[in-house]
Design a protein around this ligand. Sequence first.
Ligand code: 4NP
Length: 161
Amino acid sequence: MIQVLFVCLGNICRSPMAEALFRHQVKQAGLAHVIAIDSAGTGDWHIGHPPHQGTRDILDKNQIDYKGMQARQVTSDDFVQFTYIVAMDESNVRNLAGFAPAPVAGEKRASIHKLLDFAPGRTNKDVPDPYYTGNFQEVYEMVEESCARLLAFIIEKEQLS
Ligand code: 4NP
């Protein structure tokens, strides 16, 4: 199984949106049995909470399922369990480093990416945080496009087609 973990700060706005959208895209591509998806936050404020109302509204509007999703915090084990860790912005990447376990010789670790690195042509490489901007529509469009590109990247890299 290929495992993909989306990471943001609170795990209630951006990374749950990416988790739900990417799961939808993976299902549509007929790859749900090969790619497992989760999300987590580097912060601990919202552990156990459902996605933010703004994220729920936009997912509902686009008929994307997010049933049962609950925020959790990143763990050091995530670096070993997951194949890809996909962060929403540069500060997430910096914060993630603080959760990385001590190196173990020969142990395979997740490769760490930023979501917008998969969207060529965008000058902004950080997904803006709608918790502060309130613009969930803008973030939805960015996440949808970048997740589709991420899926194409994984299909090629893991030779899934
Ligand atoms: P997210 O947005 O990282 O996209 O989930 C945030 C959610 C909550 C907080 C910050 C950002 N917070 O400070 O509670």
